[in-house]
Design a protein around this ligand. Structure first.
Ligand code: LLP
Length: 465
C-alpha cells in the first residue's frame, strides 16, 4: 500500500528544485496492468491499443471522441472478486455515485451485488435497471422529503440516517406508507483519513454523519429506537473517505463502531445486527500507486470486526462495504484525439485533446494524477515531458499534469487516459456548452453504447427561454 491521492512531496514529473524531472518510464509503449482495464492490450502487429479485442481507432471512428471506453468483463470480474472476497456472510454495496447506468445496474444484479444510491436520480436509475428495492441502500446528508418518500414507497432495504431532522422525516414517511423502515445511523468516527480534504469524511469538522465523540451518535440511536413503530434500527454505518490506501483508518473506524454497538447493548439491551464500513478503497491511477486486493481488504476488515466484537462480547454482526471507485475506476479509459501540440521552450509541451475538465474534473478538483498512453499507434520516439490539457477556457483545464509521451505525438493521434471509470462521467459537466461524452461498453469483440453522447440539441432542449 502506498501514497494518498494528494501526496505532500513532488509529484510525478514535477520540476524538482535541482531542475531534474522524475525519470521517464523505461518503455513508453508498455501498459502497466495496474492502471489499465484487464482486456486492454497493445497489439503486437501494429502497436494499436485494443480493448475486448476491439481496435481503439474503430471505436473512435464509430463513436467519436472523447469517449469513455468501459471493459465490461473487467467490471464484472471486479464485482465477483469483491463478492467472493467478502463471502456469503457479508454484503457488497456498489456505490453508484462512482458511475451508474442501467446497464451497470444489470451487471451488479447479475453478479450478486447490492447498490448504494444517494439521490432520487440514482434511485430512479437503480430501479429502472431492475435492482430489487430490498437490495438498495439510500444515502445522502440532505435527502429531500420527496426522495425519502420515494425510497420508503419503493421499499429500499435500508435508509442511512444522517441527521436528527432526517430521523423524524423517515419516521413520518414510514408511518404514511404503513411500513417499518429498516435504517442505519451514519456516524463520524473521528478518523483523519489520509486523502484529499474534499474526499475525507470521518473527521468531525464536516457535514456528514453524527459524531461518536460528543455523544450525538448515541443520542441519534435513542431517537431512532424511540420511533420503534416506524423505524427498525439494523445497524451503524461509517464511511471514512475515498482513495485511501492505509487500512489503519478502517481499523480505528471498526473499533469505534463496535464500541457504539456495545454501548447500545449496555444502554438498550439490543444487539444491532449490522455494521457498514463504507467504501473508500484506493485504486492505482499511476504506476506509483499500490492498492490492496479485495481479498486482502476483506480479510483485514473481517479480522478487525471479529476481534473487536469478541473483546466486547458481542455476536458477530453482518458486515457490509460500499466500494465504488475500486470496482468502476480501473475498468474504463477515456479516449481523446489530439488537436494541437504546443512546445513551450524550456518549459514543457502542451498537448491539447478534444475533452478536458468537462469529462474529468478530478485533476483540477483534487490534484489527481493520471497516466496517459499514445493509443492509435506505438512509437519509438524518445520520451517527452508533456502536460495533457483540454479545450476549455481556463488554464486549470488539465487532464494529466505531468506525463511522458513519445516526442512524435501529432494532431490526429489518439490518447488514452486510464482509470477514468469512477467519478469522471458521473462528475462530468456541460462547461462551455460541451456535450458530455458517451460510455461505450466493450465485451468479447463487441462495443455497445450504454450512455449515449449528448448533443448540442440536447443542450438546446433544456434552454427553454
Ligand atoms: N459510501 C459512501 C457513504 C460514500 O459517500 C462513498 C463516496 C462511497 C461509499 C464510495 O467511495 P469509493 O469506494 O468510491 O471511494 N468525487 C470524489 C470521490 C467522492 C466520494 C464520495 N463518497 C473523487 O473523484 O475522488
Amino acid at each position: 500500500m502506498s501514497r494518498s491521492a494528494h501526496p505532500a512531496g513532488p509529484r510525478h514529473g514535477d520540476v524538482l528544485p535541482e531542475g531534474h524531472y522524475t525519470a521517464p518510464p523505461a518503455d513508453l509503449n508498455a501498459l502497466d496492468p495496474k492502471v489499465w482495464a484487464r482486456t486492454v492490450e497493445r497489439r503486437q502487429a501494429d502497436g494499436v491499443l485494443t480493448v475486448g479485442g476491439i481496435d481503439v481507432r474503430t471505436l473512435a471512428a464509430a463513436h467519436g471522441t472523447p469517449a469513455y471506453v468501459l471493459d465490461e468483463d473487467d467490471f464484472r470480474a471486479r464485482c465477483r472478486a469483491w463478492r467472493e472476497a467478502f463471502g456469503p456472510g457479508a454484503d457488497v454495496f456498489y456505490a453508484g455515485k462512482a458511475f451508474l447506468s442501467r446497464a451497470v445496474v444489470r451487471w451488479l444484479h447479475e453478479e450478486g451485488l447490492n447498490l448504494d444510491v444517494c439521490t432520487g436520480g440514482e434511485l430512479t436509475t437503480a430501479l429502472a435497471g431492475g435492482m430489487p428495492a430490498g437490495r438498495i441502500a439510500m444515502h445522502g446528508n440532505n435527502k429531500s422529503e420527496a426522495e425519502i418518500d420515494r425510497a420508503v414507497e419503493a421499499g429500499v432495504g435500508r435508509i442511512v440516517l444522517d441527521s436528527f431532522q432526517e430521523i423524524a422525516r423517515v419516521a413520518r414517511a414510514a408511518r404514511r406508507h404503513g411500513v417499518r423502515q429498516r435504517v442505519q445511523v451514519r456516524v463520524t468516527v473521528g478518523v483523519e483519513a489520509h486523502t484529499h480534504e474534499f474526499i475525507a469524511t470521518a473527521h468531525e469538522d464536516q457535514k456528514f454523519g453524527l459524531a461518536l465523540a460528543d455523544g450525538t451518535a448515541a443520542e441519534a440511536v435513542r431517537k431512532v429506537l424511540a420511533h420503534g413503530d416506524s423505524l427498525e434500527l439494523v445497524g451503524i454505518h461509517s464511511h471514512i473517505g475515498s482513495q485511501i490506501f492505509d487500512m489503519a483508518g478502517f481499523e480505528v473506524s471498526a473499533r469505534r463502531v463496535v464500541g457504539l454497538l456495545s454501548a447500545v447493548r449496555d444502554e438498550h439491551g439490543v444487539e444491532l445486527p449490522e455494521i457498514d464500513l463504507g467504501g473508500g478503497l484506493g485504486i492505482a491511477y499511476t504506476s506509483e500507486d499500490d492498492p490492496s486486493e479485495p481479498h486482502e481488504i476483506a480479510k483485514a476488515l473481517g479480522d478487525i470486526v471479529a476481534r473487536e466484537c469478541e473483546a466486547a462480547g458481542l455476536a458477530l454482526p453482518r458486515l457490509s462495504v460500499e466500494p465504488g471507485r475500486a470496482i468502476a475506476g480501473p475498468t474504463a479509459f477515456t479516449l481523446y484525439e489530439v488537436g494541437t501540440v504546443k512546445p513551450l521552450d524550456g518549459l514543457r509541451t502542451y498537448v491539447s485533446v478534444d475533452g478536458g475538465m468537462s469529462d474529468n474534473i478530478r485533476t483540477a478538483l483534487y490534484d489527481a494524477e493520471y497516466a496517459v498512453a499514445l493509443a492509435s499507434r506505438a512509437s519509438d520516439a524518445p520520451p517527452e515531458l508533456v502536460r495533457v490539457v483540454g479545450r476549455h477556457c481556463e488554464s486549470g483545464d488539465i487532464v494529466v499534469r505531468n506525463a511522458y509521451l513519445p516526442a512524435d505525438v501529432v494532431p490526429g493521434d489518439l490518447l488514452a487516459v486510464p482509470a477514468t471509470g469512477a467519478y469522471c462521467r458521473s462528475m462530468a459537466s456541460n462547461y462551455n456548452h460541451t456535450p458530455r461524452p458517451p460510455v461505450i461498453a466493450v465485451r468479447d469483440g463487441e462495443a455497445r453504447v450504454i450512455v449515449r453522447r449528448e448533443t448540442e440539441e440536447d443542450l438546446l432542449r433544456l434552454d427553454v427561454g
